[in-house]
Design a protein around this ligand. Structure first.
Ligand code: AMP
Ligand code: ZN
Ligand code: FE
Ligand code: FE
Length: 285
């Protein structure tokens, strides 16, 4: 079967792997294609596409993953086949990036006023882009011995409600889905099994979500079964991806271990063409 991992991060957001390394691993692991779905940014996509040109058989789908606030938690919306070069995407992602940079600096200030030996330079040394995410801060806290793992750093210091947490600007669920559609993409609810307040699922269904990420590295077998069923009931795409952030497990990243088949991806592309043509009509009006 042709495996396509529809959920891959790069160092343009918070993965340890550069876009080029992501492509190299995809080739090594023998998968047919990947979607680059960085948090709130499209800056890794062209690099991945250029690297993929060195190989004959690898498909790169332009994508994004937006974080949205919903009540007390974050809901993630994935977009595929978006026009990542559009002015709209550029403007929105620029605003989100600026807010992230400000938030990152504030978090460092908070942590250092709490007595931690941590500076903005520590973060910048570890990243190849100008994107600051909480995982970058967590990794520095681990390196400096303040936590044993990234997960522990989140739990102790930087999760919502913890002393180092600072809010940042986010799109709403509505805005994310609309932006994805307006830029000719299909919208998919990410890792629904991890969502605590299941009302969010009803909300995205009402807002015109196109697919459900039933297959995800953190889903249980029950989650997979349940969300495949929901997708079928509402006639939505069933997608799957690793959500790989570059961590090596037994020497390899999990990239490609969770995937969607080519038939499904082709159908998604067809639907994205529909959104693209609708947008053309709107522009001409
Ligand atoms: P940010 O968007 O900068 O607020 O960072 C959120 C990202 O951090 C998420 O998208 C995950 O990739 C990661 N993350 C969130 N919570 C945890 C956690 N408890 N342990 C490890 N990574 C996490
Ligand atoms: Zn991430
Ligand atoms: Fe996510
Ligand atoms: Fe993700």
């Amino acid at each position: 079967m042709d495996k396509i991992d529809l959920h891959v991060h790069t160092s343009a957001s918070d993965s340890l792997l550069t876009p080029e390394e992501v492509i190299e691993w995809a080739v090594k692991k023998g998968i047919k294609g990947i979607a680059i779905t960085d948090h709130d940014t499209v800056e890794g996509i062209d690099r991945a596409i250029n690297k993929a040109k060195e190989y004959s058989q690898i498909m790169v789908i332009p994508g994004i993953e937006f974080s949205c606030d919903y009540k007390d938690e974050e809901i993630h919306i994935l977009g595929y086949f978006i026009d990542y070069k559009s002015t709209q995407i550029k403007e929105v992602t620029k605003r989100l990036k600026d807010s992230r940079l400000k938030r990152g600096r504030k978090m460092i200030e908070k942590l250092s006023s709490m007595g931690f030996d941590i500076s903005i330079k520590d973060i910048e040394d570890g990243i190849s882009s100008d994107f600051i995410g909480r995982p970058h801060i967590a990794r520095v806290l681990v390196e400096k011995g303040y936590a044993d793992s990234v997960e522990e750093a989140f739990e102790k210091y930087i999760n919502k409600g913890r002393p180092g947490y600072v809010k940042r600007k986010k799109l709403s669920i509505d805005e994310s889905i609309n932006l994805i559609h307006k830029t000719g993409g299909v919208a998919v609810i990410a890792h629904p099994g991890l969502i605590k307040n299941k009302d969010a699922i009803n909300l995205v269904l009402q807002k015109g979500i196109d697919g459900i990420e039933a297959i995800h590295s953190k889903h249980t077998d029950e989650d997979i079964k349940y969300y495949k069923h929901i997708a079928e009931e509402f006639k939505l795409f069933i997608t799957g991806g690793s959500d790989c952030h570059g961590k090596l497990v037994d020497g390899e990243p999990i990239l490609g271990d969770f995937f969607t088949n080519l038939v499904q991806v082709k159908k998604m592309k067809e639907k994205s063409k529909l959104y693209k043509s609708k947008e053309e009509v709107n522009v001409k009006k």
